[in-house]
Design a binder for this molecule. Structure first.
Ligand code: ZN
Ligand code: ZN
Length: 337
């Protein structure tokens, strides 16, 4: 290897860095530099219009040419197709966030370029060339799940702009066999005692919508999922005060919407369940639920008008270890059941 990009896989650089080090322009997917004898490939993970994909350790890269049939003997397609003979070094960058280039590494063409049918930028069916590339050093970049997922969310937002006709056309061009790649996941440990205790407190009733669990599992137990009111990933505690049991619908809602009102209600429930006078409360009976709902309504009327930012700030404080019930009462306007 003769060229040193002075960065390692996983490093994030801007386009000025790439231009300066590789001495190439940065106008398209493939950027050749005659000075450094490199070919810089850029792939946009955050956009859905490109059909580049990882299948395990191999990156399948769609060649140059945005409209009409692509040709293998055209421009950088030719450079890439002949890269094992012409000794041009290939370096790959992935874009997860606009203007940020994550370095994947030096790549080698490890399979014969093959053609497939794809849609061009005007949604016209055409032939493209796909280049199977693998990382030269053998170690595939493993990105954080969060970074990867947020790029997938952006892809999903992109296709929202499409008409139904366009969507149907593109869906018809699906690869059928899905691409896949390894991502790095941070797995938080959860105390099984807290999980079980939260479920027993809930006693088969979702603590957000107050409905019965939608079904029983195979061991004939009402199915609820435990949820950390302040997420562990946001620094929440793995404590019973921060854990509730929810039906799958409400659980998804908390992860997608995470509404401040719901957070307040759940916090009140969780605190209530562990407060000394209610610790041995047997079940959430219908009367009890009704009473709680009424109290909550009442409390909302007299609750001090706080901005969302203030509420969030208070909730954060409330969740900290030294926070007392006084603060809970303040935020929730005296709501305690
Ligand atoms: Zn629910
Ligand atoms: Zn959850």
């Amino acid at each position: 290897m003769s060229f040193d990009p002075q960065i390692k896989p996983g490093d994030v650089v801007n386009n000025a860095y790439i231009r300066k080090i590789f001495k190439c322009s940065l106008y398209g997917g493939m950027n050749r530099s005659l000075i450094t004898n490199t070919l810089v490939i850029i792939t946009h993970v955050n956009k859905s219009v490109y059909s580049d994909r990882w299948i395990g350790n191999t990156f399948h890269y769609t060649g140059m040419g945005l409209k009409g049939d692509q040709r293998l003997d055209y421009s950088q397609n030719k450079t890439l197709a002949e890269s094992n003979e012409n000794r041009v070094e290939i370096h790959l960058f992935e874009v997860y966030e606009e203007k940020e280039y994550t370095y994947v590494g030096r790549m080698i063409l490890t399979g014969k370029p093959y053609s497939e049918r794809q849609l061009d930028e005007e949604d016209t069916d055409r032939q493209v060339w796909v280049f199977p590339l693998t990382v030269a050093e053998g170690k595939v970049l493993v990105v954080d799940e969060e970074k990867y997922k947020s790029a997938l969310v952006k892809q999903q937002w992109e296709v929202k702009k499409l008409s139904l006709e366009e969507l149907k056309k593109r869906a018809g061009k699906s690869h059928k066999v899905p691409g896949y790649r390894m991502v790095r996941v941070k797995q938080y440990d959860r105390d099984p005692n807290i999980v079980e205790l939260a479920k027993r407190y809930a006693n088969g009733i979702c603590q957000l919508c107050k409905s019965k669990a939608p079904f029983m599992d195979k061991s004939k137990e009402y199915f609820l999922e435990t949820h950390h009111i302040i997420w562990l990933s946001k620094g929440g505690e793995d404590s019973i005060e921060n854990t509730v049991a929810l039906c799958p619908n409400c659980h998804r809602k908390m992860h997608i919407v995470d509404d401040i009102k719901d957070i307040e209600n759940l916090t009140a429930f969780a605190k209530n369940m562990v407060s000394a006078d209610n610790r041995f409360a047997p079940y959430w009976t219908d009367e009890r639920i009704k009473a709680v709902k009424e109290k909550a309504k009442e409390a909302q009327k007299t609750a001090p008008k706080l901005t969302n930012a203030e509420k969030e700030h208070m909730l954060k404080k409330m969740m900290s270890a030294d926070a007392g019930i006084k603060k809970v009462k303040y935020v929730l306007g005296g709501y305690r059941c």
